[in-house]
Design a binder for this molecule. Structure first.
Ligand code: SAH
Length: 457
C-alpha cells in the first residue's frame, strides 16, 4: 500500500521510541504517533510520509491502551516539555529502562542486564530550576512560559505541574510588573528590547529561592520596586540577580551577573553536602532524584578510602564532594569558571580538605593532569548530552584507572563512549537507569566500567 500525506489509517501501537512517540507498523512501514501508548488501537492521520517511516497524529482512539490515564495539563499537547503525562508512571519507567538497555545494545554493542530503574516516585513539582522565555502577544500582553512544540512562539504558562507551585506567583508578579511599568520585552527577530528570560531556582533543602532576570543590558527600570514585590510574594526569596546577555543568540544565559538583592548564590544540600550555586552553575534539576543517582554512582565506585578520585565534568563539585570523605584525594574538572568557584567554595564550607578543582576543558585538563603524573584509581564522568567523545575517552583510558563510573543524561552517546572504552580494555559490568525527569522523555543512566582482568591487545 502506498501511504500518502493526510491519509487516515487504523493502527495498533506496539512500542515506544526513546523520544516518547508511540510506534506502530503498516506493512513494514514504521509510523510514529505522539501521545499514544502500546495497546492503543487508533485512527491516525499521516502528517508526514517519508521513505522509511511516517509521522501521524491521533484522530480517534478506537480502543485505549490499559496504560492510559488523564494527562491533567491544559497545555500538554502544545508545550513540548512532557510526553508521558497520558500514561501510568510505572509504564513510563519500564519504557525508559528499555530505551537505555536498547541503546547500549544497538549503539554500544553491549548486552547488559540493567538493574531495575530507580526513581524517587515524585512526578510533579520536582524541578528546582526553570527558564521561561518572555514575549509580548499581538494584544500587547506579556507572555511568560514555554516555547510551543517545535517553534519559537511563547505560550503563556506560569503554573507548569513539574515546577514547585509557588513559582507561578513569582512569574505572575514579574509579568504584571513588566506590563505595568512598560518594560520593553526582547524581540529575537529585531534584537531589540530588554527582558529575555526569567530563570528561577529553588534550593529545596534550605528553602532558598533565586530569581534571575536575563536582560539584554544590566539596567532594569524600577528594579527596587520589583524586588519589594517579589519579596512580598515569595517567602523563601534569598537572591535576585540580573544576568546580562547582550548577544544575538538562543543561548539563554550571558557571562555577567549583577546581584540586585540578597546573596549571589543560594545553598542546597545534596547527599549531605552543602552546595552553593551561582546562576551559571549546573545543578541537577531534580534534587531527590539526583541523590538516588549519586548514591548509585557511589555504590558502583565502591570506594575504600585510599583512592585518588577524578571527577570530570564536575559542575559545582557535587558528586566528588559527596564521595570525598571516602577517598585519599579528589580532583574535579569543569569548564565553566563560576561553577569551579562554587566547587572550591563548596569544598571549604563542607570542611573538605583533600579536594582540588581545575577550570579547563575536559580533554585539555586530562592531558595536563597526566603530564603532572596524576594516577587516578577511579574516574567519574558526567558529560553533557553530546557525551565525552573520542579524545576524552582515549585520554581517560590512558590513565588506566581501575574503575570508571559514567553518568549520562543521554544513553545513546554513553553507549557510543562505552563501546570505545570497550576497545581500550574496559568492560561495562553494572548499569542502572535513574529517572530524574518524570513525564518527559529524558532519563539518566549510570554504568560501571572496570578494567578487564586480561587485556588481549
Ligand atoms: N557533575 C555535575 C555536572 C554535570 S553536567 C553534577 O552532577 O552536578 C555536565 C557539566 O560538564 C556541566 O557543568 C558543564 O559545564 C560541564 N562541561 C561541558 N563541557 C565540558 C568540557 N568540554 N570540559 C569540562 N566540562 C564541561
Amino acid at each position: 500500500m502506498q501511504l500518502k500525506k493526510n491519509q487516515l489509517v487504523d493502527l495498533t501501537i506496539e512500542s515506544v521510541a526513546s523520544d516518547g512517540n508511540g510506534v506502530g507498523r503498516i506493512e513494514g512501514m514504521v509510523i510514529f504517533v505522539p501521545f499514544t501508548a502500546p495497546g492503543d488501537v487508533l485512527r491516525v492521520q499521516l502528517v508526514k510520509v517519508l521513505k522509511n517511516y511516517c509521522f501521524g497524529i491521533v484522530r480517534e482512539i478506537l480502543r485505549p491502551s490499559p496504560d492510559r490515564r488523564e494527562d491533567g495539563c491544559p497545555v500538554y499537547h502544545k508545550c513540548g516539555g512532557c510526553c508521558y503525562r497520558h500514561v501510568r508512571y510505572e509504564s513510563e519507567l519500564l519504557w525508559k529502562q528499555q530505551s537505555v538497555t536498547d541503546n547500549f545494545k544497538r549503539l554500544g554493542g553491549i548486552e547488559l542486564d540493567f538493574e531495575s530503574i530507580v526513581s524517587s516516585g515524585q512526578c510533579s513539582g520536582y524541578r528546582n530550576k526553570a527558564q521561561y522565555p518572555v514575549a509580548v502577544d499581538e494584544q500587547g500582553h506579556v507572555r511568560i512560559g514555554f516555547f510551543a512544540r517545535r517553534s519559537h512562539r511563547v505560550m503563556h504558562c506560569t503554573d507548569c505541574d513539574l515546577q514547585p507551585a509557588f513559582f507561578a506567583k513569582i512569574l505572575d508578579c514579574i509579568a504584571a510588573f513588566i506590563e505595568e511599568k512598560k518594560i520593553p520585552v526582547y524581540d529575537e527577530k529585531t534584537h531589540k528590547g530588554l527582558v529575555r528570560h526569567v530563570y528561577l531556582r529553588h534550593a529545596e533543602a534550605m528553602n532558598e529561592t533565586m530569581v534571575c532576570l536575563v536582560l539584554r543590558s544590566a539596567k532594569l527600570p524600577f528594579a527596587g520596586e520589583l524586588v519589594e514585590r517579589l519579596r512580598a510574594v515569595c517567602d523563601s526569596l534569598c537572591s535576585v540577580v540580573i544576568n546580562v546577555n547582550p548577544s544575538r543568540t538562543n543561548v539563554i544565559l550571558g557571562e555577567r551577573c549583577v546581584t540586585l538583592f540578597g546573596s549571589d548564590t543560594i545553598t542546597d544540600v545534596l547527599c549531605g553536602v552543602k552546595v552553593q550555586l551561582s546562576p551559571r552553575s549546573f545543578y541537577q534539576v531534580n534534587r531527590r532524584g539526583a541523590e538516588l543517582l549519586y548514591q548509585k554512582a557511589a555504590e558502583f565506585a565502591d570506594l575504600q578510602g585510599n583512592e585518588v578520585l577524578l571527577d570530570l565534568y564536575c559542575g559545582a563539585g557535587t558528586i566528588g564532594l559527596s564521595m570525598a570523605h571516602r577517598v585519599k584525594r579528589l580532583v574535579g574538572v569543569e569548564v565553566v569558571a563560576p561553577a569551579v568557584e562554587n566547587a572550591r567554595q563548596n569544598a571549604r564550607i563542607n570542611g573538605t580538605q583533600n579536594a582540588a578543582f581545575l577550570c579547563d576543558d575536559a580533554a585539555g585538563a586530562v592531558r595536563t593532569l597526566a603530564k603532572e603524573g596524576l594516577q587516578p584509581d577511579v574516574v567519574i564522568l558526567d558529560p553533557p548530552r553530546k557525551g565525552c567523545g573520542e579524545d576524552v575517552v582515549r585520554t581517560v583510558a590512558a590513565f588506566c584507572p581501575q574503575k570508571i563510573v559514567m553518568i549520562s543524561c543521554n544513553s545513546a552517546t554513553a553507549a557510543r563512549d562505552c563501546k570505545l572504552f570497550g576497545e581500550l580494555g574496559y568492560a561495562v559490568t553494572r548499569g542502572a537507569a535513574v529517572d530524574l525527569f518524570a513525564r518527559t522523555a529524558h532519563v539518566e543512566c549510570v554504568v560501571l566500567l572496570e578494567k578487564a582482568k586480561q587485556r588481549n591487545v
